[in-house]
Design a protein around this ligand. Structure first.
Ligand SMILES: Cc1cc2nc3c(=O)[nH]c(=O)nc-3n(C[C@H](O)[C@H](O)[C@H](O)COP(=O)(O)OP(=O)(O)OC[C@H]3O[C@@H](n4cnc5c(N)ncnc54)[C@H](O)[C@@H]3O)c2cc1C
Length: 424
């Protein structure tokens, strides 16, 4: 531990007001310091697993919010299948069961040389290793006119919480026979099947509550994750509701005028009752501020340890990092977190980190009783994370009702178990 870190830490212990969770003071340990930024799938798993792998480590988790609303199952909230409370995760168990110190503040700066992070309220936290899992932020105005103010009128709902509630409220308020437009971004973005799951569950809501309404997916791509399975499901369930317009047929949204309620491609103008604009994305702002991103807007990392290739001592995981063929999903983030946690401990102790291997399973719901899935195993090949050939698989086409219903039940089971593994 450096002098700076000891001074800072003692100062923080004196500042009881800075401690979010009362239990965090008693959880104090004097081992090496790991600071984790972000309490979502990546960050919460990393904090918990550093403590599980070696309880002598002193682990601090900093999140800007008091609790985390998960994006997984937020589409089910929007579609009226679940309540907001279903997707809210609190940090209490990390503190009380696992001995993680949790602080509620926004990290605004990282000094990779002094190894200190600074928060909005002026606190500083010294670290031996930093694990960053800030998720994504948006490239405002990449779609002309779509900035943060416009997102209050045409929600993205691509971070769960108030945006989820806003989109749901707008759907409830729209008339029967209305039009919903979803603008889907180009790759790479958070949760590749997410826009299509959302379209399905909104269509389910419209079918039940707003008869004769239509849903148009304006896409910046010509293909998408699990597209054959989605299209098969739409034909069965929502043939008269969902229309998908690929980039090749001018689906890409170029411009919006949120106040006028207009969404434009290069050739057409739409005036939907509800517009859900999912803009292009980049690593969370703090990763940009800390100089951890490359020109793609995401963070290059060593594929075995998730240590930044730009700043040593900082591991970047989850949606913010460039993880080869691994999709940007909650399950990927949580798998990467375990790898980064073990690597951070090994590197602090001067040991050799293990070889990377991880899995991702992704369920999508088309209705409460209709699920589809894809699973894959990943390893490092030629210095890059790639899918292991022959491992994993996709739901079959043409499956019967019982099969799809079972997959929907597994989706719920998957959610419960990944949340348990992350926050409980
Ligand atoms: C609609 C939708 C559905 C999805 N469904 C699935 C699914 O079914 N399965 C699946 O595996 N994935 C799903 N995903 C993807 C999944 O949500 C993300 O991949 C996952 O959340 C990434 O985890 P993360 O840790 O990188 O970021 P997040 O989980 O977003 O966590 C980031 C955290 O960092 C905090 N933070 C950010 N910046 C700072 C800062 N400067 N200071 C302090 N705190 C900060 C935020 O408050 C947040 O709590 C879905 C996504 C969407 C949008």
């Amino acid at each position: 531990m450096t002098n700076i870190s000891r001074r800072t830490f003692n100062g923080l212990l004196g500042a009881a007001g800075a401690v979010t969770m009362a239990g965090s003071l008693s959880a104090c340990t004097s081992g090496p310091k790991v600071v984790v930024v972000g309490g979502g799938f990546g960050g919460a798993t990393a904090a918990k697993y550093v403590k599980r792998y070696d309880p002598s480590f002193d682990v601090t988790l900093i999140d800007a919010d008091k609790s985390h609303f998960t994006c997984p199952f937020s589409n089910a909230v929007i579609g009226g299948l679940k309540d907001m409370s279903y997707i809210e995760r609190k940090f209490d168990a990390l503190v009380n069961k696992h001995g993680v110190k949790v602080f509620n503040d926004m990290v605004v700066a990282v000094d990779p040389v002094a190894k200190v992070v600074k928060t909005k309220s002026g606190q500083t936290f010294a670290y031996d290793r930093l694990i960053l899992s800030p998720g994504i932020d948006f490239k405002w105005n990449a779609i002309a006119g779509y900035d943060e103010a416009a997102s209050q009128i045409m929600p993205h709902a691509w971070k769960a919480g108030p945006q989820t509630a806003l989109l749901k409220k707008q759907l409830e308020a729209m008339p029967a026979g209305g039009l919903v437009v979803i603008s889907a971004p180009g790759n790479p973005f958070r949760c590749p099947p997410g826009p299509y799951e959302r379209a399905s569950l909104i269509a389910g809501y419209l079918k039940k509550n707003k008869p004769k309404s239509k849903l148009l997916i304006l896409d910046s791509k010509d293909a998408f994750a699990k597209d054959k399975l989605f299209k098969e499901g739409w034909e069965k369930l929502y043939d008269d509701i969902i229309e998908w317009v690929p980039a090749a047929k001018n689906g890409k949204v170029a411009k919006v005028d949120a106040k006028a309620g207009v969404v434009e491609t290069d050739f057409e103008k739409f005036k939907p009752n509800v517009a859900n604009i999912i803009p292009p994305q980049m690593a969370g702002t703090i990763a940009q501020t800390a100089g951890l991103t490359d020109k793609s807007g995401f963070c290059p990392v060593d594929p075995n340890t998730f240590e930044s290739t730009i700043h040593k001592g900082i591991h970047v995981i989850g949606d913010a990092c460039i993880a080869g063929e691994m999709p940007k999903s909650g399950y990927s983030a949580s798998s990467q977190a375990k790898v980064a946690a073990a690597a951070a401990i090994a590197l602090i102790k001067g040991e050799k980190p293990l070889q990377f291997s991880a899995i991702n399973t992704c369920y999508s719901l088309l209705a409460a009783d209709y699920g589809i899935s894809v699973a894959a195993v990943f390893a490092v090949t030629d210095g890059k994370i790639a899918g292991v050939k022959g491992a994993g698989g996709v739901s079959p086409m043409g499956a019967n009702y019982q099969f799809r219903k079972k997959e929907a039940d597994y989706a719920d089971g998957w959610y419960q178990s990944v949340c348990q593994d992350t926050w409980a």
